[in-house]
Design a protein around this ligand. Structure first.
Ligand code: IPD
Ligand code: CA
Ligand code: CA
Length: 263
């Protein structure tokens, strides 16, 4: 197994910084005709694919035998021991509307377990990373989740935008949270939501219909920062299972109780 340490993290961070520079240089330059609708409300442009290309080229040099699962089409050798799970631009809708909340998300799986996660927030140049068993960091400073009384929590979520099958349950949960917490935020970038839970800005986050590349890196950040990560049933199927709820111990328990009740 490769050595999982700060210098490994730095080699991946350098690649993310290169992709982030490309994304930043394109901010505000994408024309309407250059935006493609993949699915209902799911947009993509040359910026997403260009970022993915930069990331894949860089990562190939770090671990030549690895496989890839990336949002914009780079899926290769998914039976390899090491698999990179990549969202080259999380928060594409924000990016295209020039709302400055978007990130790059890169995770590494070894024999099915996530051992490294990086969320690089492009505009604030905040680099969140976690190494399995070694903690989570923001710009190399250790971070941890934030425990608070439920009434004092700030909760992040993502509104359903293409799968409306569970909207009723979703809105009921939202109503309870509006009444019972300090507030709710919809940032528009799940990787950022997870990173912000890891560093204690948010106390918890939940969303359904996410893909593995949205959550792989951020979930490790939360766990290594002392938080809890499950699916909406309290189980482990949050990477491929399309539902995730995270938070500090107490906040996660309270969110999960609400989700189990309503969903
Ligand atoms: C999206 C963002 C958004 C979430 C969506 C994701 P994308 O990712 O993370 O916050 O609500 O479900 O698909 O498409 O911008 O990479
Ligand atoms: Ca995403
Ligand atoms: Ca994306």
């Amino acid at each position: 197994m490769m050595t999982l340490n700060k210098s490994f993290a730095e080699s991946v961070i350098a690649i993310a910084e290169k992709a982030a520079a490309f994304i930043s240089s394109s901010h505000g330059n994408v024309k309407a005709g250059e935006i493609v609708t993949k699915d209902l409300n799911s947009l993509v442009s040359y910026v997403d694919t260009g970022s993915e290309k930069i990331i894949i080229e860089g990562l190939k040099n770090i671990l030549p035998e690895s496989g890839f699962l990336a949002e914009e089409g780079t899926t290769a050798r998914t039976d390899a021991e090491y698999i990179w799970i990549i969202d080259p631009l999380d928060g594409t809708t924000n990016f295209l509307h020039q709302i400055p909340v978007y990130a790059i998300s890169i995770a590494l799986q070894y024999q099915g377990e996530i051992i490294f996660g990086l969320v690089y927030e492009v505009n604030r140049q905040e680099c969140f990373y976690a190494l399995k068993g070694q903690g989570a960091f923001l710009n190399h400073n250790k971070i941890s989740v934030n425990e608070a009384a439920f009434a004092d929590t700030l909760i992040a979520t993502g509104f359903p935008y293409y799968d409306f099958s569970k909207t009723k349950a979703y809105l009921e949960v939202l109503e309870e949270l509006m009444k019972g917490t300090r507030g709710i935020r919809r940032m528009g970038a799940a990787a950022v939501d997870l990173a912000y839970v890891a560093c204690g800005r948010f106390n918890g986050f939940y969303e359904y219909s996410l893909a593995p590349w949205d959550v792989a890196a951020g979930a490790l950040l939360v766990r290594e920062a002392g938080g809890v990560v499950t699916d909406f049933k309290g189980g482990e199927d949050w990477l491929h299972g399309k539902s995730i709820v995270v938070g500090s111990n107490q906040t996660h328990a309270q969110l999960l109780q609400l989700l189990e009740e309503k969903f």
